[in-house]
Design a protein around this ligand. Structure first.
Ligand SMILES: Nc1ncnc2c1ncn2[C@@H]1O[C@H](COP(=O)(O)OP(=O)(O)O)[C@@H](O)[C@H]1O
Ligand SMILES: [Mg+2]
Length: 364
């Protein structure tokens, strides 16, 4: 998978800028605040329909403008795909090969992308929500149905939560809660299975990568913890009973306590939680291994590597890990966009671009 051209109009600090990318490494160099990350964000937005930085499109609009447009020429299995994202009158329009797309999920996952920045350390250090998000984003790229499944599940949780907080006559409340519990059970089981399956596949690949990446021979485990349990089948078998048992407590606390919206992913290094015991360097290696494992899984399933977007990552890694990553990029010939503040790129080859105050210039 590849991006050939990108055009950004009134997106962030770009007025009307085109950039042509090359196969292999594309290095975006510029001082802070010039617009390097905005390019990465634009590509990510085109491919996923979302920014990873902000919730609202309004913030992506160039200041004082009322519409933005993004155009990207991509290559998938040697076929050209033109993706467009238009934001106008507070509405989003997406087009694939000039045909409007009705639902976001119709096109997300066609061309895959892996984004990696220093902030990804939250996968290790942050709370369960960050780790669930990591799994969900990956699944969404591979199985478009996962997005609508999650939406439906979250809606059931929200409705149940609203009901728990509302003043409704007791017997009516119980019967309505029962209905939402049925939804939560049915949809929640699918969410759990999707996530647990991915966690297992990631672990298998990430474990090998980590072995090569760390001098010590440590073992990684990526365990999906469903409803507080490691054993997924047991968790699912007891799901219904748990919903029943916790109902009184849920009513008392006015909170939805049971379901995969509260699940976690345990990332263990030599059987110990990495969040608590891994050093900073080990945590970085872990995140890098998880990201590279994602790449590998996409390649296995789609037969092609996704695009790789590395935002300020190289300078954060120590030499050994950086060399490993660069060797991987160069040998796999995966198309990679790399941002950095100085041109000493450590890369032997690659196209170089200078980014300055919303202008992009290819350098010889
Ligand atoms: N909505 C916006 N409209 C215009 N400029 C913006 C907008 N959002 C951010 N910027 C500008 O973009 C620049 C930051 O771009 P960014 O890509 O994050 O920089 P960097 O090169 O450090 O990665 C800042 O100068 C900021 O003022
Ligand atoms: Mg940046």
């Amino acid at each position: 998978m590849m991006i050939n051209n990108l055009c950004l109009q009134n997106f962030r600090n770009y007025q009307d800028e085109k950039i042509q990318f090359m196969p292999g490494s594309n290095i975006l160099v510029g001082d802070n605040g010039q617009g390097k990350t905005n390019i990465i964000e634009g590509i990510y937005y085109l491919l996923t329909g979302k920014s990873y930085r902000v919730q609202r499109e309004q913030e992506l609009l160039r200041w004082e403008q009322s519409e933005f447009h993004l155009y990207g020429d991509f290559l998938l299995a040697r076929h050209k795909i033109l993706l467009e994202s238009h934001y106008r009158d507070k509405k989003k329009i997406v087009k694939v090969n000039q045909v409007p797309c009705r639902r976001l999920s119709d096109f997300v996952g066609t061309i895959n992308v892996i984004f990696f920045s220093p902030d990804d350390l939250v996968m290790i250090k942050g709370g369960p929500a960050e780790r669930r998000r990591f799994l969900d984003l990956h699944i969404a790229q591979m199985r478009p149905g996962h997005v609508s499944l999650l939406n439906a599940y979250n809606k059931a949780v929200q409705q149940k939560s609203a009901l728990l907080k509302s003043y409704v006559e007791k017997s009516l409340k119980y019967s309505q809660l029962q209905l939402w519990n049925e939804q939560i059970l049915e949809l929640g089981e699918k969410v759990i299975r999707n996530r647990a399956e991915l966690a297992e596949r990631i672990q298998r690949v990430a474990d090998d990568i980590y072995m090569n990446l760390s001098s010590e021979k440590e073992k990684i485990q990526v365990l999906y913890i469903a409803l507080g349990k490691r054993n997924i089948n047991n968790a699912i078998a007891e799901f219904s009973q748990l919903l029943h048992d916790k109902l009184e407590q849920e009513i008392e606390r006015q909170m939805v306590l049971v379901g995969p919206h509260r699940d976690d992913v345990q990332i263990l290094l030599n059987d110990r939680p990495a969040r608590l015991y891994a050093s900073q360097g080990q945590q970085r290696s872990l995140v890098l291994s998880l990201k590279l494992a994602e790449l590998e899984l996409i390649r296995q399933e789609k037969g092609e590597y996704p695009l790789l977007l590395l935002d300020d990552v190289l300078s954060e890694l120590d030499r050994f890990r950086r060399d490993y990553l660069i060797k991987f990029i160069e040998s796999s010939r995966i198309q990679t966009l790399i941002t950095m503040t100085s041109a000493e790129s450590h890369l032997e080859s690659g196209a170089l671009y200078r980014v300055e105050q919303g202008h992009i210039r290819r350098e010889p």
